[in-house]
Design a protein around this ligand. Structure first.
Ligand SMILES: [Zn+2]
Length: 361
């Protein structure tokens, strides 16, 4: 989805991309305007308004991105989708105060825009202007009401983003505040729970008041709320582990001269996703994935295991942080032999072993 975004420019060194579906919004306003019998002028106001809102959304994202830059966090790009903007930060800061600042500076941009509009209008038209438009006249979209509506929309963006539930900015602010004395993991747990309660209130209130958009937003946020907690749990599990804690003993081997047909038995009985391979002298020479064996068994069951064996693999000390091993799987081979202090290798890990190790905790 993100690959279909077109770069419209680079500001402060950060590329801004726009997704093609964005054009659908413009089309929507033209079509719905015409069917409702609006004049072309009114449709033009609406389109200019939508574009201005999206400029505000981009500025909001720059609020996050430029604050993150102060803490040496790079932003990949800013992408505009019809549902809003995303600043793709490489990572989030670990220090709660820094996360708090990065999260809050987006909504603060909307607050500043709203305040600026308020000041400029008040200086030009006087304070009476506000009582006139909020009173009998009411606000309808026109060039005259363009800026007051823009101000209100920015306040709405501020309130919406500050809903204290993940994945909203408000959820991050809440987590950062709690993390100052609870630690990141517990803070995320509580922030998630509080966020879910707020979502239930939003949905209930939305249904009661027939405010369906609010109810839908509540459902959407509720469904995404648990994700952040799960990823923080995994992150903290990985962070405190070493390779040695997850390693599995090398007990079952496939001799290289065995046929794929014979190897199938061991693959099935061991239930492992990859198996070490030994030569005639019983020396370890590499590994073969169960998937490869199953595949080869369909095509050519007489093939030797040797032909399928991958002889490139990692060898790492048992005290290596698990995070490094996972990184190695991604960039190199999905098989690592574990070396003990004497330099002997009696254990191994592959992605499946790591997965199981995570589940057991
Ligand atoms: Zn934001």
């Amino acid at each position: 989805m993100i690959e279909q975004a077109v770069r419209i420019g680079t500001f402060a060194g950060i590329p801004v991309r726009i997704h093609w579906t964005f054009l659908l919004i413009i089309a929507y306003f033209v079509i719905s305007g015409l069917t409702a019998g609006h004049s072309w002028e009114m449709i033009a106001v609406e389109i200019v308004f939508v574009l201005t809102i999206f400029v505000c959304v981009v500025l909001h994202e720059f609020g996050h991105a430029l604050t993150a830059r102060r803490f040496n966090i790079k932003t990949e790009d800013i992408i505009l989708l019809p549902i809003g903007g995303v600043a793709r930060l490489r990572n989030m800061p670990d220090k709660p105060t820094q996360e708090l600042l990065v999260a809050i500076m987006g909504p603060m941009v909307n607050l500043v825009i709203a305040i600026l509009i308020f000041i400029v209008i008040s200086m030009n038209s006087g304070m009476d202007y506000w009582s006139s438009i909020l009173g009998s006249e009411g606000l309808t979209m026109s060039w005259n009401h363009f800026f007051p509506i823009l101000m209100i929309t920015n306040i709405a963006l501020l309130v919406f983003n500050m809903i204290p539930a993940f994945p909203m900015d408000g959820g991050r602010v809440l987590r950062a505040l709690l993390a100052m004395w609870l630690g990141k993991l517990n803070a995320t747990k509580w922030a998630t729970r509080i966020g879910q309660v707020i979502c239930i209130i939003l949905v209930g209130f939305g249904i009661w008041q027939n405010a369906w958009t609010m109810a839908l937003i509540g459902v959407f946020i509720f469904m995404s709320a648990g994700q952040e907690y799960r990823s923080v749990v995994v992150e903290s599990l990985i962070k405190n582990r070493t390779l040695g804690m997850c390693a599995r003993k090398l007990t079952e081997y496939l001799p290289e001269y065995q046929s794929v047909r014979e190897a199938m038995q061991l693959i099935i009985s061991s239930g492992q996703s990859s198996l070490p391979v030994i030569d005639l002298n019983g020396q370890f020479i590499g590994y073969v994935s169960g998937h490869k064996i199953v595949q080869a068994n369909k095509e050519n069951p007489d093939l030797r295991v040797k032909e399928l064996c991958t002889q490139e693999y990692g060898i790492m000390h048992h005290s290596t942080p698990l995070m490094e091993v996972i990184q190695y799987f991604r960039t190199h081979q999905p098989f690592v032999l574990v070396k003990d202090d004497l330099g002997t290798t009696t254990h191994y890990v592959d992605p499946e072993v790591v997965d199981q190790c995570m589940k057991m905790s």
